[in-house]
Every structure is written in structure tokens, then in C-alpha cells.
Ligand binder design. Structure first.
Ligand SMILES: [Zn+2]
Length: 468
């Protein structure tokens, strides 16, 4: 089995052997790809932009938006679109300049200077890789910091969403960096170590490593990481708690903890989610959702979430991500042992003669930009399919649990979605191509139509049953 895998991988690699031998202007390709993706994204924004000037909401939503709220959502959308257009182009301009002027080669040498100050020579590749990552991280995130300050304190503030104080912003940022370092550096070190240790047969080993890392994160994220940023408190006794526990019990959902999260500390955007291992799950509901919707409507949102669980959507997404990771790793070796490849990005002959794994992997990721954009569209399509399934699940609960109390689940879900949408001032008019590229969820209009459809179909089914 393993030998078959490795012989297949070897065949693939021999097809890619041109990477090591042919002089290809890789830098030019990466510039062209990345500008291509950025310009396409700008084009999508330009397609979407005129829709923010519409004066009326779509017919399905007409009764739910008053004129003033609709206008607010249009203004918010317009501001966000302008912001995305400018930031997209600025970030790409910056990345492109870094690429053009040999920044990555400079960062590798800078990493080497840092480690040699600490008394470690270039033979400590993993250590130099860590220093290189720090240099890269700070030199790419600090220049864009003003953009996220603007986004939080000007854009979101203007539309009444920002609840973040400057102190909270700074502490979040520092916590994020510290956390990135505490988790990121051992992860990276282990990742590079597996590469070195497994040699040419790294694909299955690295996949096993990445999968274990994902599982560990599922366990430690809610218990160790999330509490650093938000407060999770057990949901208070009351109608919502009773309803949720009853629903979970009927569906045999292994509910261990039910939390309320203070999402409103930073922003008024709101939602609900679940996480955990197959035998022990936790549900988290945003305080804002609880405040804005009635308990029976929140129950419908949870019914949708449990639909994701019932149809095993998280597991399916995990499997898809394994295929994705496998593809990337299977293609990679051709770029790992290719001095020409590094030379194309201004690395010195000395560095290129024995390519550092992290450098080769980073540059290889850049080559994959257009492929990743296409995969992103496919992933959105799958995710939207899952959303339909979860909505349908909520509508069909009345049959599944033969509970007539749940016959209006679709209406309740619809009302909750509309409230969320109105409170978040989410965009209502969406260009189809923009949506296909960016959205992992169907638009509100599409979802309401489908909910009506599920309900109508159900009603006609029950009439038929009676007639029989
Ligand atoms: Zn969903």
C-alpha cells in the first residue's frame, strides 16, 4: 500500500522534473498570477458596487427592512466595498514589491544573522527558519496594521459596530502575536523536523502530523485559547436552555456544555456554533443573538447548526481538506530540490544549492495562488450546499422527531436570519459572481426562498398523505 503510494508519487515527480532543470522565470509567473487574482477580485467589487445604490430591498425582504435600516445597510456595504478595493490593491502592491526586490532572500539572510548572534550557525536550519518566519511576519503585518486600525475604529465605528477599545485592540494584538509564537513556533519546528526525518517519503508522515495537529487544536482551542479573548459562561437556566437541551437530547447530540459567549465585547455581529470531539460537544451562542431573537428563534438557529452535525459537515470538510493537503504535498518535492527555483527569487547561489525547506515551501505556495483561488470557489460551492442541507434539516425536524411544535421551524429560522441580517446591516443585493467567489453561505434572499420551498413541499406532502 505504502509502496504503491510512493511509486505513484515518484511517477508524478518525474513528470515535474522540469522544475529542477528548465530555467523558468518563476518570479514573473508569481507576479502575473497574484496580480491576476487581485485584479479579478477588484473586478468583482466593481460589479457588486452599483448594487449598493439600489433604493429598495428585494421583494421577499420588503416587509422586514424599514427604509432607514435598508439605507444604512447599503451605506455600510458601500464603505466596506471601497475599503476592500483599496486594501486589496495596497496589500498586493506591497507583496509584489517585496517579491520584485528580493525581500524573501533578504529575510532569510536576516534570519541567519539573528541566529548567528545567538551563537547558532547556518547548520541549524530549523532555528533559522523560525527567525525567518518572525522577520517575514512582522515585516508583512506591521505595514498593514494602519488598515486594520482604520477598519475597526473608523469604518466599523461609523456604522455603530465597533465595541473594541484601543486598549482591547492592543491587548488582542499582543495576545495574538504571543499565541502565534507559542503555538506557531513548535508547530513549524515539528513540521520541518518531520520533513527532514522522513526524507523523500514525507507525504504520509506529514499528513499524519497535520491531522494530529488539527485534532489537538480542536481540543485546546475552546479550553485554552478562546478564553484568552472571550468569556464563555454557562448559559443561564431558562426557556432557551430548556429548549436547547431538549432538542439536543431528542437528536442524541452529545451535548456536554452549553455556553453563552460575550461576542458583543468587540463587535455587534452575532451567531452561534458548536465544536468538540465526536462524543463530547459544546454549543456556544453569542450574547447578541440571545438579546436580539426570541428563544424559539434561537432554537431554530441551533436546529440549523445541529443539521451541520447530523449531516457530518465538519467531518466531510476535514476529509476534503486532507485531499487538498495531500495534493499540495504530492506536488511539492519537485520544488524542494530545485536550486533554479530559488535562484528565480533572488536567493544566493549558496542558499539555492541546498534549498531550505521553509523557503521552498513558501515560494511553492506562491506558485499555487491561482489554483487556490479556484479551489476556494469549489469550497464555497460545497459549503453553500451544506447550508441548504442544514436549513432543510431544521424544516424537517417536525417529521424526524414527530413533533408538531416544530412545524414552524422554517418560519422561526427565517425570522432569526432576518434579524441577524438586519442587525448586522448585511448586504442584501449581491452579484452572483461576487457571491460565488466570496460567500460560503447562500444569500439571505436565496435562503428565505428555499425555506419557503421546504415548508411548501412539506405541506403538500402532508395533504397527499391525508388523501391516501
Ligand atoms: Zn450553517
Amino acid at each position: 500500500m505504502m509502496d504503491f503510494l510512493h511509486s505513484q508519487l515518484a511517477t508524478l515527480q518525474s513528470k515535474l522534473s522540469f522544475v529542477a532543470t528548465d530555467p523558468i522565470d518563476w518570479k514573473f509567473y508569481v507576479q502575473a498570477f497574484s496580480w491576476g487574482v487581485t485584479l479579478f477580485e477588484s473586478y468583482l467589487l466593481i460589479r457588486q458596487y452599483p448594487l449598493y445604490s439600489k433604493k429598495e430591498p428585494p421583494a421577499v425582504l420588503a416587509g422586514h427592512f424599514d427604509a432607514e435600516v435598508f439605507q444604512k445597510s447599503q451605506d455600510y456595504g458601500k464603505d466596506k466595498a471601497q475599503f476592500s478595493l483599496v486594501t486589496g490593491l495596497l496589500k498586493q502592491g506591497l507583496d509584489s514589491a517585496m517579491l520584485q526586490y528580493g525581500f524573501y532572500a533578504w529575510a532569510w539572510d536576516a534570519g541567519g544573522r539573528i541566529t548567528s548572534r545567538l551563537g547558532y550557525g547556518p547548520e541549524y536550519e530549523i532555528l533559522q527558519s523560525l527567525a525567518f518566519s518572525c522577520v517575514l511576519f512582522f515585516s508583512s503585518s506591521i505595514p498593514t496594521l494602519p488598515l486594520s486600525i482604520y477598519q475597526t475604529f473608523v469604518l466599523e465605528e461609523k456604522h455603530g459596530f465597533n465595541k473594541t477599545t484601543p486598549t482591547l485592540f492592543v491587548t488582542d494584538l499582543l495576545k495574538g502575536w504571543a499565541l502565534g509564537f507559542v503555538i506557531g513556533s513548535p508547530f513549524l519546528a515539528a513540521f520541518l523536523y518531520v520533513f527532514k526525518w522522513a526524507g523523500d517519503r514525507f507525504v504520509p508522515w506529514l499528513m499524519a502530523f497535520l491531522l494530529s495537529f488539527q485534532v489537538i487544536m480542536v481540543i485546546i482551542y475552546p479550553t485554552l485559547i478562546q478564553p484568552l479573548f472571550n468569556k464563555l459562561s454557562p448559559l443561564v437556566e431558562g426557556e432557551l436552555r430548556t429548549r436547547t437541551e431538549a432538542l439536543a437530547a431528542k437528536l442524541k447530540f452529545p451535548l456536554t456544555h452549553l455556553y453563552e459567549i460575550d461576542g458583543s465585547k468587540r463587535s455587534s455581529h452575532s451567531n452561534a456554533y458548536f465544536f468538540g470531539l465526536p462524543w463530547s460537544k459544546h454549543i456556544v451562542i453569542f450574547d447578541t443573538l440571545i438579546k436580539e431573537s426570541k428563544p424559539d428563534e434561537v432554537e431554530a438557529v441551533l436546529a440549523h447548526e445541529l443539521g451541520h452535525w447530523y449531516h457530518m459537515h465538519p467531518t466531510k470538510l476535514l476529509c476534503i481538506s486532507q485531499v487538498h493537503i495531500f495534493t499540495i504535498l504530492a506536488l511539492f518535492p519537485a520544488f524542494l530540490h530545485a536550486p533554479q527555483f530559488l535562484r528565480a527569487f533572488d536567493f544566493s547561489k549558496l542558499v539555492a544549492s541546498r534549498p531550505p525547506t521553509i523557503v521552498a515551501f513558501l515560494l511553492f505556495q506562491m506558485i499555487l495562488t491561482p489554483l487556490e483561488a479556484i479551489i476556494g470557489i469549489g469550497m464555497n460551492a460545497i459549503s453553500r450546499q451544506f447550508e441548504w442541507e442544514a436549513d432543510r434539516f431544521a424544516c424537517e425536524l417536525q417529521d424526524r422527531l414527530s413533533s408538531s411544535e416544530m412545524k414552524d421551524m422554517g418560519d422561526r429560522l427565517g425570522r432569526a436570519l432576518i434579524t441577524l441580517h438586519v442587525k448586522n446591516l448585511s448586504t442584501v443585493w449581491v452579484d452572483w459572481l461576487y457571491s460565488a467567489y466570496h460567500h460560503s453561505h447562500p444569500t439571505l434572499t436565496e435562503r428565505l426562498k428555499a425555506l419557503e420551498g421546504f415548508q411548501a413541499k412539506h405541506a403538500s406532502n402532508s395533504i397527499e398523505k391525508k388523501e391516501l
